[in-house]
Write a protein that binds this ligand. Structure first.
Ligand code: NAP
Length: 290
């Protein structure tokens, strides 16, 4: 049994879909407040539903019972209810889940994180704290550290509005990033359960090529045959936002934007020798959005 925590989210639902398509048994942790359409969609895939919350250890003990693998994608950054915070969910909730998995003798634990970044912010502290707990837990772990999901960071929610030829760029837009599709991250997560190369491993994930945000804009411009209106948020403004924000979530968003502005190039050659995943490029993504 594969328990997916975060199953109603973007990445978690794709992981459930892939596992179900492979004929693997899947259990999804959902909350009473989770979107009922998303829960119904999981049920239509044949996924078993477990009710619980990362803040409620006893619900995690029950969800882990009989599970051989746990894959956790959950985060409070975008999908939050009362009482949810980076501290209560992304840190303490994930620690609870690791402890529950250990107590239930789960044999594989796959955690979604992101690469270490040279910027201080609460979400990064939580991710690093969870990684440390997991690597010392005695569980057979895989920590996946993807960079930026193109479907999230190249979307209107974050100021990249391809349909209206407008792009908000964080920083100069000149530093290259290995944008990755969340669908490819889901493939790595599923493969990590059985692939011995992934056991007790920390794996950085990026897409097939690193492009600066301005190169991404040029790719879209070329495919759409029109110029984009590009607005920059200067790095200095992001630094000030991170320093002046009192809310850990706002500090974390500013921290992630600073990470974006500095860029991060991941060389995937070695990882692709160990996993057979065909990576989606920004150009593929841009073409699909035409
Ligand atoms: N976006 C990126 O570019 C990026 C890059 C690198 C890594 N990541 C990581 O990728 C992971 C997946 O991201 P995503 O986009 O799939 O997130 P998402 O769509 O916001 O999904 C978050 C999930 O977490 C669940 N959740 C939140 N609080 C919970 C709680 N207290 N108890 C149980 N479940 C809870 C949500 O459930 P409900 O539906 O019930 O709220 C939802 O299923 C995250 O860990 C994120 O940090 C993201």
């Amino acid at each position: 049994m594969n328990l997916v925590v975060g199953a109603t989210g973007l990445l978690g639902s794709e992981i459930c879909r892939l596992l179900a398509a492979e004929g693997k048994p899947v259990r999804a942790l959902v909350r009473p407040t989770s979107d009922q359409d998303k829960v119904a969609q999981l049920e239509s895939l044949g996924v078993e539903i477990a009710r619980g919350d990362l803040k409620d250890r006893s619900s995690l003990n029950a969800a882990c019972l009989g599970a051989s693998a746990v894959i956790s994608t959950a985060s409070s950054t975008l999908s939050r209810q009362e009482g949810d915070s980076i501290k209560s969910v992304d840190l303490e909730g994930q620690l609870n889940l690791i402890d529950a998995a250990k107590a239930a003798n789960v044999s594989r634990f796959v955690q979604i994180s992101f690469p270490p970044v040279d910027v201080e912010f609460p979400l990064q502290d939580a991710k690093r704290g969870v990684e440390k707990h997991l690597t010392t837990s005695g569980l057979t772990y895989t920590i996946l550290q993807p960079t930026f999901f193109m479907e999230v960071w190249l979307s209107p929610a974050l100021g990249f509005d391809a349909a209206n030829a407008k792009a908000q760029v964080y920083g100069s837009g000149e530093n290259r990033l290995s944008w990755i599709s969340y669908k490819d991250v889901a493939k790595f997560a599923v493969a990590s359960v059985d692939n011995p190369e992934a056991h007790n491993a920390v794996i950085k994930l990026g897409g097939p090529e690193a492009l600066s945000p301005l190169e991404v804009v040029r790719t879209f411009e070329e495919l759409q045959g029109r110029k984009f209106d590009v607005q920059h948020v200067p790095e200095q403004v992001l630094r000030e936002q991170r320093e002046s924000a009192s809310d850990p979530l706002q500090q974390s968003f500013a921290g992630l934007m600073l990470y974006y502005s500095r860029g991060d190039v991941i060389d995937m050659r070695e990882t692709l020798n160990r996993f057979s995943v065909q990576l989606t490029s920004v150009r593929d993504f841009a073409k699909a959005s035409l």
